[in-house]
Design a protein around this ligand. Structure first.
Ligand code: MTE
Length: 322
């Protein structure tokens, strides 16, 4: 998204054999869940703190999942925006797995709340039942994906810290450690990367505090160990590798708003009728659908989640509050 770069480059080619259709993935999840229910997970040595495969994240099937075919794991994890690791799509998968340390990890939750406190990541993971949720993801760069996330509603965490009457907005701050993140050398953003939501948006049941994808813990490049996912907004609202969640009275100034205010607003709801100043937002290219004759898909208002979220913006001029 830097103003000097054209927004997208072609994703890598992918062999048909690498594509995981949803049915196959779901079947795998079902088998895992059945095995867990039958007590087969006792494969882990007695007394070991680690489950048999520490990457697996057992979850129940959650609401709001799209029936669209999930984008292949390989594309979701190799075509990535995480500028802390570089501005090219393949920088984060190259550097984040080696450089980002996801344990120990603490998320500070404070500001206008009655019970401010720090949450250790292990505690955060267990705060509420994990759910599988397959959401559409629409990047502001006009590509999209379908991602099977694992997480629980952010509202679960918010309820526990008890926001006060002054909490009108929520600000998310993400890790900015130059020792782990080579991308911080570039001034493309005024680090750390921050994002914000209105309190009612943050409390909306679609907004997911996310720990995994495809039934496994998040790969580092996708925002490990914890990120948010806000599926009706452009992807950049879904901040990765969060270290602080602060409740505030005034609308926060987010990173992209700060660096290019005429291009990125606070709300950033997916809206095909409001073009980005440098390109149209009316259509999108779905990752993995790269055939010469493959048509671009029409972009849907609120990324297809209008039924769930349009009422949050009743009476607002969405051309002005972009
Ligand atoms: N979070 C941080 N900390 N840094 C980033 O550069 N990029 C955003 C968002 N969250 C970004 C971030 C953008 S532009 C998008 S499209 C999504 O992450 C991409 O998420 P994904 O790579 O897991 O699909």
């Amino acid at each position: 998204m830097p103003t000097t770069r054209y927004p997208w480059s072609a994703p890598r080619d992918i062999a048909p054999s690498e594509i995981t259709p949803r049915a196959v993935w779901m079947r795998r999840r079902e088998l895992l869940q059945a095995a867990a229910a039958a007590g087969l997970a006792i494969a882990a040595p007695r007394g070991s703190a680690q489950p048999a495969d520490a990457r697996k994240l057992p979850a129940k099937s959650g609401p709001y999942s799209t029936m669209e075919k999930p984008t292949p794991y390989k594309l979701i994890t190799e075509y990535v925006n995480f500028y802390e690791f570089g501005t090219e799509k393949d920088d984060p998968p190259k550097y984040a797995p080696k450089l980002l340390r996801t344990r120990p990890w603490t998320v500070q939750v404070d500001g206008a709340v009655k019970k401010p406190r720090a949450f250790d990541i292990e505690e955060l993971l267990k705060l509420a039942p994990l759910e599988d949720r397959v959401y559409r993801l629409r990047c502001v760069e006009a590509w999209s994906a379908v991602v099977p996330w694992v997480g629980y509603p952010l509202a679960e965490l918010i309820k526990r810290v008890e926001p006060t009457g002054n909490a009108k907005f929520v600000e998310f701050t993400t890790l900015a450690d130059p020792k782990q993140m080579p991308g911080l050398r570039s001034p493309v953003i005024d680090w750390p990367y921050t994002e914000g939501l209105r309190l009612d948006e943050a409390m909306h049941p679609l907004t997911l505090l996310t720990f995994g994808l495809y039934g496994e813990v998040l790969p580092n490049q996708n925002g490990a160990p914890v990120r948010i996912v806000v599926p009706w907004k452009y992807g950049f609202k879904s901040a990765k590798s969060i270290v602080r969640i602060r409740f505030v009275e005034k609308q926060p100034l987010n990173s992209w708003q700060k660096s290019a205010p005429h291009e990125y607003g606070f709300y950033s709801n997916v809206n095909p009728t409001r073009d980005h100043p440098r390109w149209s937002q009316a259509t999108e290219r779905r990752l993995g659908e790269d055939g010469l004759f493959t048509k671009r898909r029409p972009t849907l208002m609120f990324n297809g989640y209008a039924e769930q979220v349009a009422s949050l913006y009743a009476g607002m001029d969405l051309q002005k509050f972009y």
